[in-house]
Design a binder for this molecule. Structure first.
Ligand SMILES: [Fe+2]
Length: 359
């Protein structure tokens, strides 16, 4: 049997409920028994609540669509959709609406299903009107606290997110500044780190790194030669061949870079990337002679980007060898000096995807 929605009253009565909200809480009563509906309506009216009556799940859904309710008082056994199913629907669609089951079904299993569906209370008919009212007040109070808690949590989360973005931007700015500082001493390699960083970022993307990991590799690339700060500028800029001592000074830069960065708690292994960027797959690199997978993957791809950029650019002691020579070098030594997957990604970028250092 279909019942019409019977709006007995939806305005405030004389007596205000104990809720701080200036507007009276709005309550939806869903029960197929008209007498019970009317009785609950009168009780709510006396207490000053705004309310709407619905005879079944279908009417209840229409009411919920047309206006917001703070609380639903719901029967369990009704023609059509059961109160438990309706409770589940309300729980998943209306975050701010609380629910109390009022039912003749005195069965702990049904009560448990109602609780599982997210109801705040379970009242068994025949009910005591005072008990119903006390339950309603408690539930509305609980709901208010929950909404306030949720809003507070959301605002905290948003604040944390904003601060994290600010910190991230500040950290990236500092890394850029460090990068420019090192390169300002060494005009010949000026821009080397930025260009190598752009290549290493593209390689990381090509190799399926996560966005987060890719950003770490990029920033590592930006400061991978930071240890050169301790190498005298005249050695860095020396046009001729380096002596053994000069070369051994240059070879210290990964370790010095590591020492500069190791105390900074980056969310990525940047200090290790810097430390390992001259290591080679066969153990012939420096400073520690690491080999194979003992070398961090990030450092393996950074090492390739470093070589390719360096060979493609002019140096004080030679003119640019060009990208083709650089690509020939890494493909000839793929697996021996360089990680084969990273070599493959680098070749694909230049030969198929049109990567250039000037983009
Ligand atoms: Fe280096």
């Amino acid at each position: 049997m279909t019942h019409k929605i019977n709006k007995l009253q939806s305005t405030t009565g004389n007596q205000q409920p104990e809720i701080a909200d200036p507007k009276p809480p709005r309550i939806l009563v869903v029960d197929d028994d008209e007498q019970i509906r009317r009785l609950l309506g009168r009780m709510l009216d006396r207490e000053g609540y705004a309310f709407t009556l619905a005879a079944d799940g279908t009417e209840a859904r229409k009411c919920l669509e047309s206006q917001a309710f703070d609380l639903v008082l719901c029967d369990v056994n009704m023609p059509g959709e059961s109160g438990i199913d309706l409770a589940g629907y309300i729980g998943s669609h209306y975050d701010n609406t609380a629910l109390i089951m009022i039912t003749g079904v005195d069965d702990p299993n049904v009560a448990q299903s109602a609780i599982d569906a997210g109801t705040y209370g379970y009242i068994i008919k025949p009910f005591n009107p005072n008990e119903v009212m006390i339950n309603i007040r408690n539930v509305l109070r609980r709901r208010e606290l929950e909404i306030a808690n949720r809003k507070y949590r959301e605002s905290l989360e948003q604040m944390v997110e904003e601060r994290t973005v600010q910190l991230r931007e500040a950290m990236e700015g500092i890394i850029r500044a460090m990068s420019l500082t090192i390169e300002s001493r060494d005009p010949y390699t000026s821009g080397h780190q930025q260009r190598a960083a752009r290549l290493v970022r593209a390689m990381a993307r090509e190799m399926g790194f996560s966005r987060e990991q890719t950003q770490g590799v990029y920033l590592g690339g930006m400061i991978h030669d930071i240890g050169k700060i301790s190498v005298p500028a005249e050695i860095l800029c020396k046009p001729g061949r380096l002596s053994d001592i000069e070369f051994s000074l240059i070879r210290l830069h990964p370790r010095i870079g590591y020492d500069i960065l190791k105390e900074i708690e980056f969310p990525w292994p940047i200090a290790e990337m810097v430390y390992q960027h001259h290591e080679r797959m066969d153990g012939s690199g420096y400073p520690r002679g690491l080999s194979g997978e003992d070398i961090l993957l990030e450092a393996r791809i950074l090492g390739i980007a470093d070589v390719v950029e360096a060979m493609s650019s002019r140096r004080p002691y030679r003119s640019a060898l060009g990208v083709d020579s650089a690509l020939a070098e890494i493909s000839e030594n793929s697996g021996k000096l360089y990680d084969p997957d990273a070599v493959k990604a680098c070749l694909k970028l230049f030969r198929q995807k049109g990567f250039t250092f000037d983009q």
